[in-house]
Design a protein around this ligand. Sequence first.
Ligand code: GDP
Ligand code: MG
Length: 189
Amino acid sequence: TRSFPLMTPRVTTQTSQSGNASYFKVLVLGATGVGKSSITQQFMTSEYVAFDNSMDRDEEENTVSVLLNGEESTLECTDGLDPEYDLEDFRADAYIVVFSIAHRDTFVAATNILNELLYDIGTDRTTILVGNKADLVRKRKVTTEEALDVALQYDAKYTETSAALNHHVDELLVGMLSQIRFKLNPTLP
Ligand code: GDP
Ligand code: MG
């Protein structure tokens, strides 16, 4: 892995991989066991997911439609990156980098991933650092403040979730979509 902290980001000008303004790709990254699959599954059952679409959504592809501010967007969530893939070859519209607040090593891993994203992708894409397992209060090994600090360094947002309790997962989904839209068109309200 590359050294920490910051390196100069490469400027990227690529548009959405799908080419469709309302179809977005989301890549969920993070160490094993931090809750990537749990969060992705919670996304699929979110109350924000448009009803019609949730009925015939593709279970395999983890694709959902979300209705936000009267506008529907389709999000295709990829749960983890296959080892044969290079991060820079997977162009997503948003990257969710998950760690467990109860496992310090996963926070270090998340920081390394943020560093890799910055170097390979730049900062034009939505990036969200997620401290999952927030329910494990007494086992907490990473403070909110230091996680916020790291997120700030990488031009990422930060939020804490509990996929186990389905706490703040909806907010993550909707906040991510808002951020994707904002990055595409900063002049919109
Ligand atoms: P992944 O390897 O990143 O996909 O992680 P998983 O989603 O498979 O979760 C790994 C383990 O952590 C499973 O036993 C989950 O039930 C558990 N887990 C996931 N999210 C949470 C959470 O928010 N709190 C707690 N306490 N456990 C969680
Ligand atoms: Mg998994």
